[in-house]
Design a protein around this ligand. Structure first.
Ligand SMILES: Nc1ncnc2c1ncn2[C@@H]1O[C@H](COP(=O)(O)OP(=O)(O)OP(=O)(O)O)[C@@H](O)[C@H]1O
Length: 280
């Protein structure tokens, strides 16, 4: 995204200990890998945006992708649900599998894949439809059976929005506040019951209260889903994620480890410099 802040300015609090308030680290050693990336390379035309990205993302956890603008975080996120297919110049090579199945195999239907891998974008983007229809949208277009009223209610509850909207489900989603709209988009993403939820800076357009609600929600969602979140905000990554992937300029994954390790004792000097704001 090009309209985001430069992380080396506001969000990188040089004097602040980013480990303040860090979430309790989960023991992830016994969790299965859900997303496995092996030597993933991405080009836009002749420009290479990602180089040999290799990592194993554990299920039911929050993985943060951090790094300076243009280092390829969003590009990697879009590899996981094949959103890069929609960009004519994009070419992906390597293995990107979900539960052992390469999502780039010829027999994978990208639409079915996106049912398993939901996505929430930086700017809340509800459809110009009722709150109810926004949440039910994926159920209808993907012909998902079941009691839609019940799924809509459950999804809105899961997105911590039900109490605020239960008496106005017929009103337009566009009439909600920015933070409510983003929670509506999260409800829409979880209604088809995906396994993985991709979030591309989901709180960067929101005020601090709405941001805090989204952060709480992300942590709760990881009880049932695998959340992979791009953020420019180091404190946010430290607070809510279990694993952190640090991408640096040139589309390189420099370090991927438990969040606590990345923020307290990274292996790479470049990562330490980036995290402490001495980015060069
Ligand atoms: N649709 C596209 N067409 C051509 N080049 C692109 C496209 N999208 C991204 N790129 C290029 O790929 C590189 C990685 O971009 P990407 O948006 O993935 O980085 P990012 O780390 O998510 O950046 P930001 O933090 O600013 O959102 C950049 O050089 C960018 O200009």
């Amino acid at each position: 995204m090009n309209n985001t802040q430069d992380p080396t300015t506001d969000d990188m609090l040089i004097e602040t200990d980013v480990t303040d308030g860090m979430s309790e680290s989960l023991d992830l050693t016994d969790r299965d890998t859900i997303v496995r990336s092996r030597n993933v390379n991405v080009w836009y035309g002749s420009d290479q945006a990602l180089h040999d990205i290799t990592m194993d993302i554990p299920e039911n956890s929050v993985t943060a992708m951090v790094g300076p603008s243009g280092c390829g975080k969003s590009t990697f996120l879009r590899c996981i649900n094949r959103m890069n297919d929609l960009i004519d110049s994009a070419r992906v090579e390597g293995e990107l599998s979900i539960r052992g199945k390469n999502v780039y195999d010829d027999d994978v239907d990208p639409v079915a894949l996106r049912r398993r891998v939901g996505m929430v974008f930086q700017k809340p983007n509800p459809f110009p439809k009722s709150i109810y229809d926004n949440v039910a949208y994926g159920l209808n277009i993907q012909n998902i059976e079941g009691d839609h009223d019940e799924i809509v209610e459950r999804s809105l509850k899961r997105a911590a929005l039900w109490d605020e909207v239960k008496d106005r489900l017929d009103e337009s989603g566009l009439e909600l506040s920015g933070g409510q709209q983003q929670r509506l988009c999260i409800a829409r993403a979880i209604a088809p019951d995906p396994e993985v939820i991709l979030m591309d800076e989901p709180a960067s357009a929101l005020d601090p209260v709405a941001t805090s609600q989204i952060e709480d929600l992300v942590e709760e969602l990881a009880e049932d889903y695998t959340v992979i979140i791009v953020t420019h905000n180091m404190q946010q990554a430290a607070r809510i994620s279990d694993k952190t992937a640090v991408f640096l300029t040139g589309g390189e994954l420099v370090e991927f480890d438990d969040t606590q390790k990345i923020f307290e004792n990274p292996e790479s000097q470049r990562v330490e410099d980036y995290i402490t704001g001495k980015f060069g």
